[in-house]
Write a protein that binds this ligand. Sequence first.
Ligand code: SF4
Length: 324
Amino acid sequence: MDTLLTVSDLVVQAERPGREPLRILDGVGFEVAAGQTLGVVGESGSGKTMTATAVLGVLPRGLSVTSGAIEFAGTELVGLPEPRRRALRGKDIAMVFQDPLSALNPVQPIGRQVSEVARRREGLSRAAAGRLAVELLDRVGVPDPAQRANAYPHQLSGGLRQRAVIAMALAGRPRLILADEPTTALDVSVQARILGLLAKIQAEDGVSVLLISHDLRVMAHATQHVAVMYAGRVVERGATRDLLDAPRHPYTAALVRSVPAVRTRTAPVAPIPGNPPNLAALPPGCRFHPRCPLAVDRCRTEAPALREVAPGRLSACHFAEEVS
Ligand code: SF4
């Protein structure tokens, strides 16, 4: 299967006046295959959203990519001049964020916002772009789309606003949709429908999705492959079902145990002990060792490399073969 996005050894640092820069991402790597969904999961502060902003080229001020590569459809994005980067955003790479209100203009009807994206991408007339906007709103499940196209964002429910954002994304005919916690702010019943919509779009259009979430249930329902992040690094990667059923990293195993019903085997639910480390004061050796039930002396001094532990499965644990 062709690879659309390859992130390799990505390092993002934050400048700190008078002090060493802080490594926010430390050697992050993964691939997104064409027409597939890769999930990136981890606790808050693991670096998953920073990874998404690095791919988009919209890192907050003071943060920069200091090494590594981000190759999208054969083009290296690190170091690409900003006008070319901007040209990709909203077109080849579309974004769907947690809060649809932040992506929508509050003083413009949603149909107009969708049609503006279509006009920029396709060079359509205003009337043709308006018709396409209604079609797209219909496709993403906005009821009565011709009427609702005239609605302002505040007149819609959270779920309909997120559908409007997805219609805007589709209007750019993207090859990659980058969705960062797209359902976190929505009711549980709406969450499943939005994830179902993203899966339908992926299947029908062959679009790739990079889905960022803290929620393993989202990974279980909506991804084919998963990268698990912890303290700025990827600690495990693999096919979703295999990874959830038989984790090969103690952190993934703890995440799985903390959420009911994501693995086919039943097991008691248990919270993950402790908290993620402060990136400014990381523990030596394996970053997970203060919380790891399998930690031994070696783990406190020697950082484990991400290595292939089974075909298609990578783990950054010295004892990956012993995790259950
Ligand atoms: Fe746990 Fe050691 Fe593996 Fe780190 S390397 S996850 S501390 S067993």
